[in-house]
Design a protein around this ligand. Sequence first.
Ligand SMILES: Cc1ncc(COP(=O)(O)O)c(C=O)c1O
Length: 356
Amino acid sequence: MEIKKTLLSKEKLKALPEDPLKLKFGTNFTDYMFTIEFYRDKGWVNPEIKPYQPLMMDPAASVLHYGQEVFEGQKAYKNANGDILLFRPEENARRMNRSLQRMCMPEIPEDLFLQAEYELLKLEERWIPSVRGAALYMRPAVIATEPVLGVRPSDHYLFFIILSPVGPYFAEGFNPVGLWVSDEYSRAAIGGTGEAKAGGNYGGSLLASKMAKENGCSQVLWLDAKEHRYIEEVGAMNIFFVIDGKLVTPSLSGSILRGITRNSVLQLGPELGVEVEERALSIQDVTGGIAAGTVTEAFGAGTAAVISPVGKLNYRGKEYVISEKSGDITQKLFDKLTGIQYGIESDPFGWVKKVN
Ligand SMILES: Cc1ncc(COP(=O)(O)O)c(C=O)c1O
């Protein structure tokens, strides 16, 4: 694929952030973006890298009315040699295609997805922070652009990629966060779109997030939609507990996002000598375990939040405190995972791809 490039003169380039570790997550954007259009009769056409700019869209574009949209979240890192590194990018390409399928949208050939990312990153290299803890967050997204009022799959789409230099996801940094267990609202039900990274899943989660914040918690811990009994995941991360020394995470129920960090943690656990288990995990198991002292650590796992220690749960008006500080296993997994991502530690699984 030949990507058309429209470049800015040097004076027009934005100033880099002084301290990427202090950036508010997702609020700064780089100089360029990638776009490519899809038409049912032509396929994917007009790939372009151009200056970062607003999108022109018809007000009848079906994404604005019926929410046909999916996205991904990735990070690019730089190692000590200045190499640009991506972590398991082909997994994002595959998950994007599963999300697109679920939302009745056209799939993107994996090599097109990766070429677009690689070329954009090479051009935007100066934006990739080399300090550990900061990275260049990547947001590939597909929207339905056909101007049509009618509930049916659009015939036109736009795939775009934008980039944002980021520091830590939570203001708390690596200090444990509190989670609000919602037994009133649900994120996703079996048969719904919870396994797809579709924008609507997040729009529907905001009211519960607001409640979490009003109650002094950072994010929501979602339970299953049917019984409000089984733990599913957190707003933007999958959840892990250390129970009797074993690393336990809810099994993929069909309504949980198949996190790439989750999958990586499940493979890293045994490497670090920790047994892992995927199973149905009720909120009562966990709150009972916290009270009994068998649940000793908890953390969320996701691209944006990396490994974020969880210190307490707030459930039905009661606080269940796990720990005031991050636990040993959480710390070891964080060190190992970020060590691999920043090209510092050996990469036994071949997860890291060099872009330049
Ligand atoms: C709802 C939800 N669960 C889990 C995750 C973690 O997924 P990953 O590790 O692939 O970033 C994310 C973030 O992408 C998310 O939005």
